[in-house]
Design a binder for this molecule. Structure first.
Ligand SMILES: *[C@@H]1O[C@H](CO)[C@@H](O)[C@H](O)[C@H]1NC(C)=O
Ligand SMILES: *[C@@H]1O[C@H](CO)[C@@H](O)[C@H](O)[C@H]1NC(C)=O
Ligand SMILES: *[C@@H]1O[C@H](CO)[C@@H](O)[C@H](O)[C@H]1NC(C)=O
Ligand SMILES: *[C@@H]1O[C@H](CO)[C@@H](O)[C@H](O)[C@H]1NC(C)=O
Ligand SMILES: *[C@@H]1O[C@H](CO)[C@@H](O)[C@H](O)[C@H]1NC(C)=O
Ligand SMILES: *[C@@H]1O[C@H](CO)[C@@H](O)[C@H](O)[C@H]1NC(C)=O
Ligand SMILES: *[C@@H]1O[C@H](CO)[C@@H](O)[C@H](O)[C@H]1NC(C)=O
Ligand SMILES: *[C@@H]1O[C@H](CO)[C@@H](O)[C@H](O)[C@H]1NC(C)=O
Ligand SMILES: [Cu+2]
Length: 686
């Protein structure tokens, strides 16, 4: 489907195409609607859509996977390997009523519909999100937040692989914003990656932007969050599930009766901007803000008498029940959507199987306990087969040993929910307090080390040996103390600071358009682009052609860092190890001796423990600018971020769309950005 020229390059600009005015479609739609609680789904069949309109409205060239010819009135025969849609593609509009006062969603809203159509033809699913500030009390204590549709957390986004997701964002807040879909490849739509300073200018206050992309070649559990400073931690986040058509028949090896998302996160009573202002000031090395509470699906419960002087009301909060049919198996998709803390999760008297790691389905393996670093996901399947009781604690605990900053006297590191057995189709009983279970915790000692779960027993169901490598790159991740005692995160000698009005993608394309030689890829198949970017702040590793690289990330800091690469999954070739990674000459032997290349785990977020290193292998075939960064929100903002410019020779053929360029000039586009270091220059005291 992709049109490649003889050089193997994409013929048309793979992204940044002009997007059309989608609203034009209205006359041509035939609508049917029905209400499901507060959700109204409008199903719009696009029988009458002209091919021209569809082609532009998708905003992609014909290089995009799974989309081609979708708009033709009589679809031409497609190759037998491709599923032939039996009916024209549908457009589903998910229109949510926005409550007039801010509210917390309930865990029920994160239960996946049992009627989901895995075989639906490729569908465009269209969401409308109004982003605004609000005062809300997820654990009792009221604080300013930034919410989607006046609710916290954000709505569940659910699509099939091959679907097109459209999210209309209307920013009514006082600060600018952006949305990044974590783990989504955005192949051909780099400009939809939502990364401020890299792929887009933020969405200015009072303005709109529509994210539109096709989800192809991937499925599993994901999430989305703001990627503008640390704003996600004010509440702009939510879960996303991509269903593979063969999810239940082949990829998930255990049958399960229900499927739901369980988000865990650390939670702060101060705003991200306040915490950041404190953390980034001079002399604050290793002083990451310590969370106040832990939340499950956006809810906690604190005793308001512990918070004199704070506005607080926890009367409407209670233990959250997870109702599971007795005797059945149930899938729980855990996501750590927090800023900083690792979580340790257990369910009393219920061993479980891990069946997915960061959207890679794995052969089920039994565990008692789940350790989840920020941004990571694990699906587990548990069986409601205990016979001694009807309810059990689900315990989630933040690993306080990883907190290095000064004690937070308010901190409560654990939160519980209740696994409750129900019989048959019994409906959850709402609004009645959930009694405390009397179940006992597993006897193992709690984890003290901040590190990834030991995944050595987990093997992908879709087995893939790591393909041969074309090169080896060594990266040093560290904290350094610079002028005025400012502690900043580094990759090698580069500390990053998003430039809200000049994303690197635009800078690169503008250089390419004026034919300055700087836009040429480096002479080698890969190298640091020092012609377009200042390597002290924008460390950009540029690649040419489709390259497979081994990347050793060596952590010279004493803290653990969960590193995430946008747009790709990597093969995890080693766990976090002490000492120094092997030299280029020793690497092949080292990997072979470990059997590291045989069907390694694939994930998008990997943790390197203090003073340790990992090696990942990644196929860099997805054109665009992709950040590799520590997903600890405070470390991201302290600069522990670099970029991969993948297939620069393809990227440079694109152009910056008019709207994207215009967004950079909008009033207030820089609001909510991280403070400039200059504000601290000249200060000698804390
Ligand atoms: C942004 O979107 C909202 C909601 O659809 C709409 O009411 C508003 O007019 C739009 N604003 C602009 C500047 O287009
Ligand atoms: C319940 O099922 C799990 C596997 O899902 C099994 O390990 C356990 O032994 C079972 N427990 C009982 C009480 O049957
Ligand atoms: C990880 O678990 C495997 C067994 O699955 C064990 O052999 C190995 O020693 C463990 N690694 C660490 C670092 O604990
Ligand atoms: C980062 O620094 C290390 C050690 O100084 C060096 O070997 C490596 O080549 C550097 N990496 C890049 C991408 O420049
Ligand atoms: C952002 O980039 C623009 C264009 O390169 C430059 O003029 C401006 O000074 C930069 N802003 C910051 C804060 O570095
Ligand atoms: C850029 O260079 C190409 C050939 O490499 C040439 O065809 C084109 O006209 C040049 N464009 C500009 C704006 O100079
Ligand atoms: C991205 O698309 C290109 C074709 O345009 C394909 O070669 C590549 O495998 C895709 N990569 C991913 C990660 O989907
Ligand atoms: C907007 O951003 C500024 C600066 O980062 C911050 O002080 C303020 O609290 C933010 N406001 C909201 C409503 O998020
Ligand atoms: Cu970090």
């Amino acid at each position: 489907m992709s049109s490649l020229d003889e050089d193997g390059d994409l013929e048309e600009q793979p992204f940044l195409g002009e997007r059309s005015n989608h609203e034009k479609r209205t006359d041509q739609q035939r609508r049917a609607s029905w209400g499901i609680s507060s959700l109204v789904l409008l199903v719009v069949f696009v029988f009458a859509m002209s091919s021209a309109l569809t082609a532009v409205s998708i905003g992609l060239s014909n290089s995009s996977v799974g989309l081609a010819d979708q708009g033709h009135e009589s679809p031409q025969p497609v190759s037998p390997s491709e599923p032939q849609p039996t009916s024209p593609p549908a457009n589903i509009v998910i229109q949510e009523d926005i409550p007039s006062t801010p509210r917390l969603r309930t865990s029920d809203e994160y239960i996946l519909a049992p009627t989901w159509d895995f075989q639906a033809p490729p569908t465009t699913r269209e969401y409308s999100w109004t982003i605004d500030g609000a005062i809300l009390n997820p654990d009792g204590v009221f604080r300013p937040m930034v919410l989607i549709n006046n609710q916290f957390p954000g709505p569940l986004v659910e699509v099939n692989e091959g679907d097109t997701l459209v999210v209309h964002v209307s920013n009514q807040g006082v600060n600018a914003t952006s949305v990044h879909f974590h783990g989504i490849f955005q192949n051909g739509t780099n400009n939809m990656d939502g990364t401020v300073g890299v792929t887009q200018c933020p969405i200015a206050p009072g303005s709109n932007f529509t994210y539109r992309f096709t989800v192809a070649g991937q499925a599993g559990t994901y999430w989305y969050h703001a990627h503008h400073s640390a704003q996600a931690n004010d509440g702009l986040l939510g879960p996303m599930v991509v269903h593979a058509r063969n999810e239940k028949t082949e990829l998930q090896k255990l049958e399960y009766a229900t499927d739901r998302v369980v988000m865990v996160q650390d939670f702060y009573h101060n705003t991200a901007a306040e915490l950041l202002m404190d953390y980034l000031r001079p002399g604050r090395e290793n002083q990451e803000p310590i969370p106040d509470s832990a939340l499950i699906n956006g809810r906690g419960i604190r005793d308001c008498s512990d918070f004199p002087g704070w506005e607080c009301d926890s009367s409407a909060l209670g233990l959250q029940p997870f109702d599971l049919q007795r005797g059945q198996r149930h899938r729980l998709r855990f996501i750590n959507v927090g800023a900083f803390a690792e979580f340790q999760i257990e369910m009393d008297e219920h061993p479980f199987y891990i069946t997915e790691v960061d959207s890679t389905d794995v052969h089920p393996e039994p565990f008692h306990r789940l350790n989840v670093m920020p941004a990571q996901r694990y699906s587990i399947v548990l069986e409601a087969n205990a016979t001694n009781a009807d309810s059990f604690w689900l315990r989630a605990r933040m690993l306080r040993h990883c907190f290095r900053g000064p004690e937070n006297p308010h901190m409560k590191e654990d939160i519980r929910a209740v696994i409750r057995y129900v019989d048959g189709e019994q409906k959850p009983t709402s609004n009645t307090p959930v009694p405390s279970p009397s179940s006992k915790a597993w006897s193992e000692t709690i984890e003290l080390v901040c590190r990834d779960l030991n995944t050595s027993a987990l093997h992908p169901v879709l087995a893939q040996d790591a393909p041969p490598s074309d090169g080896y790159v060594h990266l040093r991740a560290s904290f350094g103390i610079g002028d005025w005692r400012l502690a900043r995160g580094f990759f090698n000698d580069s500390t990053w600071h998003a430039n809200a009005t000049s994303p690197t993608l635009h800078r690169f394309l503008d250089a390419a358009a004026t034919n300055t030689s700087s836009a040429q890829p480096p002479d080698l198949p890969f190298g640091i682009n020092i012609r377009d970017f200042d390597p002290a702040h924008d460390l950009v590793l540029q690649t040419r052609g489709i390259l497979t690289l081994d990347i050793a990330i060596n952590n010279f800091d004493d803290g653990a860092h969960p590193f995430h690469l946008h747009g790709h999954q990597f093969y995890i070739l080693t766990p976090s190890l002490t000492g120094y990674p092997p030299s280029a000459a020793d690497l092949p032997g080292f990997l072979a001796a470990r059997g590291a290349l045989r069907n390694p785990l694939r994930r998008d977020t990997v943790t390197v423990e203090g003073y340790q290193w990992v090696i990942v292998r990644v196929v860099l075939d997805n054109p665009g600018f992709w950040v590799l960064h520590c997903h600890n929100a405070w470390h991201t903002e302290a600069g522990m971020v670099m970029q991969l410019l993948v297939r620069g020779e393809v990227v440079r053929k694109g152009r910056v769309g008019e709207e994207e360029r215009e967004m950079c000039r909008r009033e207030g586009v820089g609001r909510g950005a991280r403070p400039e270091d200059e504000i601290w220059f000249g200060q000698f005291e804390d």
